[in-house]
Write a protein that binds this ligand. Structure first.
Ligand code: NAI
Ligand SMILES: C[N+](C)(C)CC(=O)CC(=O)[O-]
Length: 496
């Protein structure tokens, strides 16, 4: 099994719903079982937010969305599933019961993961007949965006199961980090628990309120952690002498009373009320789904920024995003466009990402060029200039662009772009692109571009091979019957 063909989600709350969204958006059919009377609505809302987030996250071609079905029982849900993800409430006896049912009904080759945040896999797999295929697959909220899944085997888990889980996680854009030994709460929640305990004390002792505490995190080390974690960050904090100096300088502080987290705060009614009220004052103006959307926009922005990190090679979660996109491009089927039709080719569908807006509140100008550039890339892939072609040392470079801005593109608006091939010769392709607003087909912008075929190694123009030329010439011939766009050949300042 090199990919997941069908997934089953048992439990469809915050985590199960978001697992389902990740599978579905990776093109995998999902069968869901959750006895909650409103499971369909809840999962539907999570999926809607996930689709919105993916619309902003990537322009790589996502596969057609998988089909979501709701089963009437665990047995029905897990039929034929090759990855089954349990995400029921965090209670050992409940999870054991559910896992026993899954175990009895699942296909022998299915992998069975649990989303547990802290229960030991050995305890969870105790009553299973085939415990070797069971493991903890601990994700982070929102599962559809955050790419980490901690993979933890119990005493009876086979090595092959963990290896397979890691391989399959990569196919849905996740990094499966294998935890060497099982402990309660694994690695991530150990760290979060320490911070959480300390935070509760700081509120209990009136050192700060919830908003101040969150500001301390998000304006400082939260941003550092998102891109370098703890050790790499502290290595830099040690100056030129690095980690050893950092340890020498700040090691002694560990003996000072800088922490209270070994004591457990008493979450009595007064403290719950205090935290609840402060949290309402801080965030109560937003609904949960609204907060989710804000969180998702921010995460998407961070991941996209990290994709450009390390001189464009990608860094951390941004590198994973770049790898995931490479897979999507590699697996992309041919665009469903009729290249022989006498009409401009519809090559790209996008949504205006909130981070694309300028101070006027609409899509900023360089994003138009990005959309036009991506439209040209889509044309190139259509004629065989794909990843392999470029790696082989040849490509088309854009040598001239003229953009006209004719309408506003507002945040979250759906757009699509079309391409009319004006002319072709052995080295050049002359194109006329148009961005339309999807809601009413209104023209938002046009771009005329000249693309030049190059021998990238030699660094100079070179004739394209017949395999490419024949395809683009066929498009150009079909487009020759179209009227030449009125704006083709215009220059800046020219009267209409
Ligand atoms: N919420 C979070 O931030 C995270 C939670 N987790 C873990 O994910 C698991 C689920 O947590 P949440 O989604 O937050 O809880 P939740 O309460 O949002 O969802 C649990 C769902 O399980 C359903 N359920 C209850 N009994 C069931 C049964 N017998 N069969 C099928 N479904 C059943 C409920 O109706 C509910 O929809 C827990 O193990 C939790 O520790 C993991 C990472 C993060
Ligand atoms: C609060 N929590 C322990 C359920 C959190 C997690 O398990 C991971 C996360 O998303 O923070």
């Amino acid at each position: 099994m090199t990919k997941i063909n069908k997934a089953a989600c048992v439990g469809g709350g915050v985590i199960g719903g978001a697992w389902a969204a990740r599978f579905l958006l990776a093109g995998i059919d999902v069968s869901m079982y959750d006895p909650h009377p409103e499971a369909t609505r809840i999962v539907g809302e999570v999926l809607a937010n996930a689709e919105r987030a993916y619309g902003m996250l990537t322009m790589a071609p996502l596969p057609p969305r998988g089909t979501l079905s709701f089963a009437k029982s665990i047995e029905e849900a897990v039929q034929d599933a090759d990855w089954i993800q349990e995400s029921v409430p965090e209670r050992l006896e409940l999870k054991r019961g559910v896992l026993t049912q899954i175990d009895a009904a699942a296909s022998p080759s299915a992998l069975i993961g649990s989303s547990t945040s802290g229960l030991m896999p050995t305890d969870l797999q105790r009553d299973m007949k085939h415990p070797e295929r069971f493991f903890v697959a601990h994700p982070y909220n929102p599962v559809y965006l955050l790419p980490l899944v901690e993979l933890v085997g119990g005493q009876k888990t086979s090595k092959e199961t963990i290896t397979k889980a890691k391989e399959l996680a990569a196919t849905i854009g996740m990094e499966g980090v294998v935890i060497a030994k099982e402990i309660e709460a694994f690695v991530g929640d150990r760290l979060l628990e320490a911070l959480w305990r300390e935070a509760l004390w700081l509120i209990q002792d009136d050192i700060c309120d919830t908003e101040t505490l969150d500001n301390v995190i998000r304006y400082s080390f939260g941003m550092r952690w998102a891109q370098m974690g703890l050790f790499e960050t502290y290595r830099i904090a040690g100056g030129e002498a690095g980690m050893r100096h950092f340890l020498a300088q700040f090691g002694p502080c560990l003996q000072w009373p800088w922490t209270k987290f070994t004591d457990v705060v008493d979450l009595d009614d007064a403290l719950v009320d205090k935290i609840g009220s402060q949290s309402d004052a801080q965030s109560g103006a937003y609904g949960i789904r609204e907060l989710e959307r804000i969180r998702d926009e921010n995460l998407v922005g961070i991941m996209q920024a990290l994709k450009g990190g390390n001189g464009g090679k990608g860094w951390g979660a941004g590198k994973l995003l770049a790898d995931f996109e490479s897979r999507l491009w590699a697996n992309a089927g041919k665009l469903p466009v009729d290249t022989g039709a006498a009409k401009p080719l519809r090559l790209l569908d996008v949504k205006v990402n909130p981070s694309w807006a300028d101070y006027n509140g609409h899509m900023t100008e360089f994003r138009y060029l990005q959309v036009f550039g991506d439209t040209s890339d889509a044309l190139l892939r259509l004629i065989g200039v794909d990843d392999a072609y470029v790696k082989d040392g040849h490509s088309y470079y854009t040598v001239e662009t003229h953009i006209r801005h004719l309408g506003e593109a507002k945040v979250n608006e759906a757009l699509y772009s079309t391409c009319q091939v004006l002319s072709v010769d052995e080295k050049r392709i002359h194109v006329f692109h148009t961005i339309h607003r999807a809601a009413d087909d209104e023209t938002i912008a046009t771009a005329e571009q000249m693309l030049l075929h190059v021998d990238a190694k030699a660094g100079k123009a070179a004739p394209a091979p017949e395999s490419v030329l024949s395809k683009v010439k066929a498009i150009a011939e079909a487009h020759a019957t179209l009227p030449k766009p009125e704006a083709a050949g215009r220059h800046v300042g020219q009267k209409k």
